[in-house]
Design a protein around this ligand. Structure first.
Ligand code: GCB
Length: 611
């Protein structure tokens, strides 16, 4: 991982941001998976290499067109498009960066025949200064090769399998995790400009004093080099959420003002949804980097002032114990797959607030930065998960990639008030002996990057054989009582759940929350008395969990409940999945099942009782 920053592109008086979203040329690498490399498709317009389709960016490519070949494609696909780089950008001496919000799974990017970027691991941004590769005042081309193949050393893992078919042998992709391996350019592509010496990264941590003074510790890293004798100065202002300048005191740690402490009298704290009448309060940290001979660079970072603490039994936000009412989720919807879509994101947050939730886990990978922005602004607490799901076979090579995914995630999300925990894995085979040293390394690594947020994971292994819990600050566990365990028998839930949660706490002396429970439910299927897959069964299974949660809450170490799942989502094809996983309380089209109304009554009651 490089040490450079990955700040979200924001326009300012010194920066232009240009979206490259829209329709791109697209083709599969067929019949030979390497034909694009052999014929060097990055040397010319894709349209000149053979027949191309038009593919929307951002989107997964799988479900847009009516073609199994595209949906189930394995291996490389190619995208390209062209754009103008204005001559004025050169005249002003701009640097130009090219930034991808995420490409799943691996990507290589060429600008005008130059290979400029290679990135592996989906769901994370990557960028590069491409000034030297551009033709200013002329047309430029971007070519992207995307590979969706998952193997034993990718994060997440998968494997290829050879099968024989009517027309000969064929390779298929298999994986054990339970969501469709959507691929493509999933998030926005931006070009953005900066001055020659520019703000490359910012770190903030926040605090407050008893008499209401908000504290922002900041540290700015700049990119580009100063000419000899050139001086640099960094100055800070803070705007409130109406864009009015706050009265602040700044104490700098160094001559240039690159790091220091900002104090705001009577600061408004960042609070979770329903814990305060004004949740998600965001300030703007306005950073101005001035140099003797260059243009000033200005970057505005949204900042929420809050603290996070945890004890053996509690999780505290602004010194107040918080109880998580939430979900596991997916980036998933009809047609778009995992493509970022503002209409969908807006609807989802409105549903989260309608139902009275205050949190969710970004199961099982980092979500789009645009989605995280909503969480910051609406006061939704995020358990921020890296893309390690169902990990098996703990090799050193895998460990390296796993920690890289966490380094990139933390670099991206470190400044977000909504992020309350790092989730380092979902359901790894943590009963295996080598899981112990593996997760010890992962946890230690995360602590070196962020000591202020607790580490968690969603454990599915049984308590007595698990090797992961000991390395966490907060224990999360997934358990499907009444579903995978004894389907139809909701009468086992309350006692088993109380028992297990209590034992997790006793074993590790740490706070515990439930990261998954639930039942597949086919919308509109009504069976009375309740029977698996019916709306009645999902509601009944939830009620039994609620009874256990209420007992557990009174025991004071239980810090939250997250149902699986917010909405139905697509999976690989399997005889246990009807058009995908149906454990959503909302359908994939974001309409409520009976369970959504049931959950809403509980979450609002909890909110009124607790907050
Ligand atoms: C789990 C996994 C999740 C699945 C879920 C299920 O434990 O973490 O990815 O979708 O169970 O419904 O089986």
């Amino acid at each position: 991982a490089s040490t450079a920053g990955i700040l979200y592109p924001r326009e300012s008086e010194s920066r232009e941001v240009r979206s490259l979203d829209g329709m791109w040329n697209f083709r599969l690498s067929l019949p030979d998976p390497l034909v694009g490399f052999k014929e060097r498709w990055y040397m010319k317009d894709l349209i000149k290499t053979g027949p191309v389709m038009q593919m929307p960016v951002p989107s997964s490519y799988n479900d847009v067109l009516v073609d199994k070949k595209i949906r189930d494609h394995i291996g490389l696909v190619w995208y390209d498009r062209s754009f103008f780089a204005p001559e004025s950008w050169r005249q002003q001496g701009y640097r130009v960066f090219l930034r991808f919000g995420s490409v799943h799974y691996a990507a290589q990017v060429w600008v005008n025949t130059h290979l400029v970027l290679s990135h592996e691991i989906g769901h994370l941004p990557f960028q590069r200064d491409i000034t030297a590769n551009l033709k200013f005042g002329r047309l430029n081309r971007i070519t992207v090769a995307v590979d969706n193949v998952l193997l034993g050393t990718t994060v997440p893992q998968g494997s290829l399998q050879n099968i024989s078919t009517n027309t000969g042998p064929k390779t298929i992709q298999t994986y054990t995790f339970d969501f469709f391996n959507y691929a493509g350019i999933h998030r926005s592509v931006f070009l953005y400009t900066t001055p020659v010496v520019y703000i490359d990264d910012v770190d903030v941590t926040t605090n407050f004093t008893e008499d209401g003074v908000g504290i922002i510790n900041y540290s700015v890293q700049y990119g580009g080099s100063l000419s000899s004798g050139e001086k640099l100065n960094c100055s800070i202002t803070v705007l409130n959420n109406e864009n009015v300048r706050e009265k602040i005191t700044v104490i700098t740690n160094d001559e240039e003002g690159l790091s220091g402490i900002v104090k705001i009298e009577n600061a408004k704290l960042w609070w979770p949804y329903l814990m305060h009448e004004e949740p998600g309060y965001m300030y703007t940290l306005e950073i101005r980097l001035s140099t003797t001979w260059n243009v000033d660079d200005v970057y505005r970072l949204p900042v929420g002032i809050r603290t996070i603490k945890w004890t053996n039994t509690a999780f505290l936000i602004n010194d107040k114990p918080a109880y998580l009412r939430g979900f596991g989720r997916h980036e998933d919807s009809d047609i778009r797959g995992k493509g970022m879509d503002y209409a969908l994101v807006t609807r989802d947050y409105d549903l989260i607030k309608w139902i009275g939730a205050n949190s969710y886990r970004t199961s099982h990978y980092p979500y789009a930065e645009e989605i995280m922005d909503f969480a910051d602004r609406h006061g939704i607490m995020i358990v921020d998960e890296c893309p390690s799901v169902d990990t098996d076979n703990f090799s050193d090579k895998l460990l390296k990639k796993h920690t890289t995914s966490l380094a990139e995630l933390i670099k991206r999300d470190k400044n977000r008030p909504s992020v309350i925990m790092w989730s380092i894995a979902n359901e790894p085979r943590s009963d295996r002996k080598d899981a112990d040293s593996y997760f010890k390394s992962v946890a230690n690594f995360v602590k070196t990057l962020d000591g202020l947020r607790p580490i968690t994971a969603a454990i599915a292994t049984q308590l007595d054989t698990d090797q992961l819990g000991q390395h966490l600050d907060i224990i999360g566990f997934n358990r499907y009582n009444g579903w995978y365990t004894l389907p139809g028998h909701t009468e086992i839930i309350k006692s088993r759940l109380e028992d297990e949660a209590t034992k997790w706490h006793t074993k590790h002396n740490k706070p515990v929350f439930m990261t998954e429970y639930g039942a597949d439910t086919y919308e509109g299927l009504h069976l009375n008395p309740s029977f698996v897959w019916s709306e009645e069964y999902q509601v009944e299974l939830m009620s039994e969990h609620f009874k256990a949660f209420d007992v557990l809450r009174s025991k004071n170490f239980f810090i939250g409940e997250m149902i699986w799942n917010f909405a139905d989502f697509k999976t690989g094809q399997s005889v246990t999945r009807v058009g995908g996983n149906k454990k959503g309380v909302f359908t994939r089209q974001r309409e409520p099942k009976s369970s959504a109304h049931h959950l809403r009554r509980r979450y609002w009651a909890l909110a009124n009782h607790l907050d």
